[in-house]
Design a protein around this ligand. Structure first.
Ligand code: ASP
Length: 334
């Protein structure tokens, strides 16, 4: 499946979505029965939330949580589902390449102790999130990049493979005809997969994985492998993960900001909204041209999500219900 653009999404989704509600339920993405009051969490544990519409990934994570597994295992295994899906063109195998045709992956993971690991500009290894976990657990470091990250992965038994699929190669060839210098802005369905989970013990972990902006400059790194920007977990407070234009997330240290706002007493929803406000309220911000979205959870199991533009969504699996929630967004307030 190719990335779907904003216009297509708008056409495919029923008109009643996300009008005036913090979160609008669309438990079944085909459903037109959009309820209006889903922002209130039942707080029942365990729970898992993820960016975008990734019910297979949250299903996998919930299986682990229900079996008594850790939040750390759940988020890793959940992200792996999307990394292995060649139809998902923004993570792992099948991810869209940079402008030179190289698929380069960024990922990170963070556990309940505040330990973290990340990989940057990783090539030829599908499961970047698992390499990030190995960095966290098997090295004295936090980040490994490029060839070093790949060599490390191979030393841990990961098999190198070509991540450029026929479909992503075709999309890149098409892009090259015009080859606009600026990467296409993602206001789309399947970007960074970020996942946050709370296990039966009440412990929180998070992970995210991405091939980054499609047709980015060679060497470009986004927010996703940067702890505090793309992801942050504080087991005392909560966690946040980001998607969208990574440069804007990095400039505001977005995920750390959300967690700190929750520490100061804001709900996850309020914290996500404030973090988006920090981006859009910058003088000369061209926020109308890019998307950023955050999802967050606090220690009580309350969740929130917010974006600049419409059509960002969060998948949440809690209390037996695996549902996609359209997120509220900023731009309608203009
Ligand atoms: N945040 C990712 C990046 O900037 C991409 C995305 O989520 O679309 O690399």
């Amino acid at each position: 499946m190719k990335r779907r653009n904003f216009i297509k999404n708008a056409a495919l989704t029923s008109a009643g979505l996300a009008i005036g509600n913090s979160l609008t339920n669309c438990a079944d993405s085909e459903s037109k029965d959009n309820k209006s009051d889903v922002a209130v969490s039942t707080n029942k544990l365990p729970l898992v939330i993820a960016t975008w519409h990734v019910k297979n990934a949250t299903t996998k994570a919930m299986e682990i949580l229900q079996a008594g597994g850790t939040a750390l295992d759940a988020v890793e295994q959940g992200c792996r589902v999307e990394e292995a899906d060649i139809n998902n063109s923004s993570v792992g195998k099948g991810g869209l390449p940079d402008r030179d045709g190289n698929v380069t992956l960024d990922a990170c993971i963070m556990d309940k102790y505040g330990n973290c690991g990340s990989v940057v500009y990783l090539q030829n290894i599908t499961h970047a999130v698992s390499v990030a976990r190995k960095v966290m657990e098997d090295t004295p470091h936090v980040m490994l990049a490029g060839e070093g990250a790949k060599q490390f992965a191979m030393s841990k038994g990961f098999q190198p493979e070509d991540l450029l699929t026929e479909a992503s190669k075709e999309a890149w060839e098409k892009w090259k005809i015009e080859a606009k210098y600026k990467p296409i802005i993602n206001i789309e369905n399947h970007d960074t997969i970020g996942m946050l989970a709370i296990d039966k013990n009440g412990d929180i972990s998070g992970a995210c994985t991405t091939s980054g902006l499609a047709y980015k400059m060679g060497g470009r790194v986004g927010d996703s492998p940067i702890i505090g920007s793309g992801l942050f977990v504080d087991n005392e407070i909560g966690a946040c993960v980001a998607t969208g234009l990574g440069e804007e997330v990095v400039k505001t240290v977005g995920s750390f900001l959300v967690v700190e706002l929750m520490r100061q007493g804001k709900s996850p929803q309020q914290a996500c909204e404030e973090a988006i406000r920090r981006i859009v309220s910058k003088p000369n911000s061209n926020y109308k041209d890019f998307q950023v979205g955050y999802i967050a959870v606090n220690k009580k199991g309350e969740t929130g999500s917010y974006a600049i533009h419409q059509w960002f969504s969060m998948t949440k699996f809690q209390d037996g219900v695996n549902e996609q929630n359209q997120s509220d967004y900023y731009i309608k307030k203009q």
